[in-house]
Design a protein around this ligand. Structure first.
Ligand code: AMP
Length: 299
């Protein structure tokens, strides 16, 4: 089954203490789509400007990502720039140029409207609503977000949370949304807003799921060297949705294993700038790390 993914399609300029890489392929939807593509067919919804390099379109195509929902408009592609501190966890946004995203309205092609799995990757909640409004009875909808929308579009976001099956956010965003210091108390409070599945991401410390079938503590793959964690959260949720879309059985029976696949896909993302490493791997590389992680967490 296919996964429809809407989110940002961006050019990212990333600075770490060791290197600087301008105008890489980035955006929440790009990371999530490439991650999901290892498991299932992906339909991408987004917008880029006329300046969007052809080599990045080729890269999407290499991953067999359906681009019928990718608009190419007059103007500049969304450009985001961030800088990491020495610990590679703390990040400062240096620049956000919306470009063609400023006036973007996602119109779904007919063939997209029946996609059973929908991932509303990080983007303005109003756009996430707009995509949902056009869908016909999707089987499983997951939304991701970021602190910016909690600051400037909280009402829209809370309305969105009521409409989805799963909601994913990181620990500082969960704290901002619920005012709970304790992650389990935060999970409980977010359930009350609507979704049956809530996942709080904790960066290199993995993630925690709260679901009808109980909690699950999902580890991060133990990396010795992090090159650039940009997009790791998007790769995690993209990999998870891609895996779920191909798994037989109920969501509750598969979501824990799906999170492990997402976690491992995200580990590759951290090993290169932007999508550089993720776009060199194959499904077998993911399966190998999943086996290692299984061994390292069995007791
Ligand atoms: P993450 O590392 O998971 O926070 O995701 C980083 C990605 O988010 C980058 O590829 C950025 O292009 C994208 N991004 C940054 N700011 C925004 C924003 N305001 N809206 C949508 N995507 C964004």
């Amino acid at each position: 089954m296919s996964v429809l993914i809407v989110g940002s399609t961006a050019l990212d300029s990333i600075k770490t203490p060791h290197a600087e890489n301008p105008r890489l392929l980035g955006g929440s939807a790009s990371h999530a789509a490439v991650a999901a593509s290892f498991f299932s067919p992906v339909k991408l919804v987004g917008v880029v400007g006329k300046d969007f390099p052809k080599k990045y379109v080729t890269l999407y195509k290499r991953h067999k990502i359906d681009l019928e929902g990718l608009q190419i408009q007059d103007g500049k592609t969304f450009h985001w720039s961030g800088e990491y501190e020495v610990n590679m966890n703390n990040r400062r946004t240096l620049l956000t140029e919306l470009g063609v995203f400023e006036k973007f309205t996602p119109h779904l092609p007919e063939s997209y409207k029946t996609s059973p799995f929908v991932l509303l990757a990080n983007i303005a909640p109003a756009l996430q609503h707009h995509v949902l409004d056009q869908m016909r009875k999707p089987k499983f909808i997951v939304a991701d977000t970021m602190d910016l929308w909690l600051n400037i579009a909280k009402d829209d976001l809370v309305r969105l949370i009521k409409r989805v099956d799963g909601f994913v956010l990181n620990d500082s965003e969960a704290h901002q949304l619920t005012e709970c210091d304790n992650v389990f108390a935060a999970l409980k409070k977010i359930h009350k807003l609507g979704p049956r599945y809530v996942i709080i991401k904790k960066g290199s410390h993995g993630s925690i799921l709260s679901a009808p079938g109980g909690n699950f503590i999902c580890p991060a793959y133990p990396l010795h060297n992090v090159c650039d964690p940009t997009g790791a959260g998007d790769s995690f949720v993209g990999g998870m949705m891609g895996y779920l879309a191909t798994a037989r059985g109920s969501i509750d029976a598969n979501i824990r294993r799906a999170m492990i696949y997402g976690s491992v896909t995200a580990s590759f993302c951290c090993e290169g700038f932007g999508l550089k490493k993720t776009t060199t791997i194959e499904r077998a590389d993911i399966d190998k790390r999943v086996k290692e992680l299984e061994k390292a967490t069995r007791f």
